[in-house]
Design a binder for this molecule. Structure first.
Ligand SMILES: [Mg+2]
Length: 319
């Protein structure tokens, strides 16, 4: 079998077969039927060897992560993920590697009800680019631009686990046996908050996903919404695994600036706050109020309880 057929075979059936794919893989382009009354939402994410992942990473987890990080962007817009395309640059065709990568990609696409509808393969340094497309009811996409003075700031799940995981896979920290699996899972197999993102359509005034760390990502909402924020660092949700694995100061650092948690960060106006917990309780993902939007445009402030908290933000480096 030629290299071309091998690649084709690996990805031929990736993901869920959707009825809205009129023409999928195999033609010059895919033909998709966007549901009546919906807007199309499109996002792109690239992962490059040596920048976003280590050369020895399990290709299965790489396939998973590529889908999950793209779908997470759709979730942050309140969109329902539908279709994926893949641009793959490979130094060589390694059948075992490709098979495992395609399996990780396929099972995760399937999980999120997405179908791979096309792609392209070239030769070169290992690099993976995915384009994810989803739909949202017309005009209902949640953006980064809607936060208003007085809104409450929330985050889903816990923060800092993936940053600790990154240290762990580089053997820079030690973690008790009890917590290793959780931290590695959070780093290698992030979960996109898809159902919750859709539930936020009529609740959140703005939203985004945390990919580069809370402190850095928050600035995007501040700039786009032309607001400020005060975050209480005592409120940041952290897993028991993180709290048990490092001292409080280090844990806080991971939670504030560690990337790749793929939790949703969103703001809620005061008058919709009451219904929030009831509406979100069926999703089984905890949401935590961590701060409040202010009118001080672009100003990111921290406090610790009632005390001011000085935090020198350093941008997150994938490694
Ligand atoms: Mg994002």
């Amino acid at each position: 079998m030629g290299e071309f057929e091998l690649i084709q075979r690996c990805f031929a059936e990736a993901g869920r077969k959707r009825t809205d794919v009129a023409i999928g893989i195999g033609d010059d382009g895919a033909v998709l039927q966007v549901r009546e009354g919906c807007d199309l939402v499109i996002t792109t994410d690239s992962m490059v060897e040596g920048i976003h992942f280590f050369p020895d990473v399990d290709p299965r987890s790489l396939g998973h992560k590529l889908v999950a990080v793209n779908v997470s962007d759709l979730a942050a817009m309140g969109a329902e993920p539908c279709w994926l395309s893949l641009a793959l640059t490979l130094p060589k065709v390694d059948e075992a590697w490709l098979t495992a990568f395609a399996e990780g990609l396929s099972e995760t696409a399937d999980y999120y009800n997405c179908q791979l509808i096309g792609g392209d393969t070239t030769r070169g340094p290992l690099s993976l680019t995915m384009i994810a497309k989803g739909v949202v009811p017309k005009g209902k996409a949640i953006t980064r631009a809607g936060a208003q003075n007085g809104d409450y700031l929330y985050v889903t799940g816990t923060l800092g686990d993936a940053a600790l995981g990154l240290q762990l896979v580089q053997n820079k920290v030690e973690i008790s046996k009890k917590h290793r699996a959780h931290i590695l899972q959070r780093f290698h197999y992030p979960t996109a908050r898809v159902a919750l993102g859709q539930a936020l359509r009529n609740i959140a005034s703005s939203a985004m996903d945390v990919s580069d760390g809370l402190a850095g990502d928050l600035l995007h909402i501040l700039r786009r919404s032309k607001v400020g924020v005060v975050v209480d660092v005592n409120k940041l949700p952290m897993s028991q695994a993180l709290k048990d694995s490092c001292d409080a100061e280090q844990a806080l650092k991971y939670a504030l600036s560690g990337g790749e948690d793929y939790e949703l960060l969103f703001t809620v106006p005061e008058n919709r706050r009451g219904s929030l917990e009831v509406l979100l309780s069926p999703y089984g993902v905890p949401v935590t109020c961590i701060g409040r939007i202010t009118g001080a445009v672009g100003k990111l402030e921290f406090k610790q309880g009632e005390q001011p908290f000085v935090y020198q933000h350093q941008g997150f480096e994938h490694f």
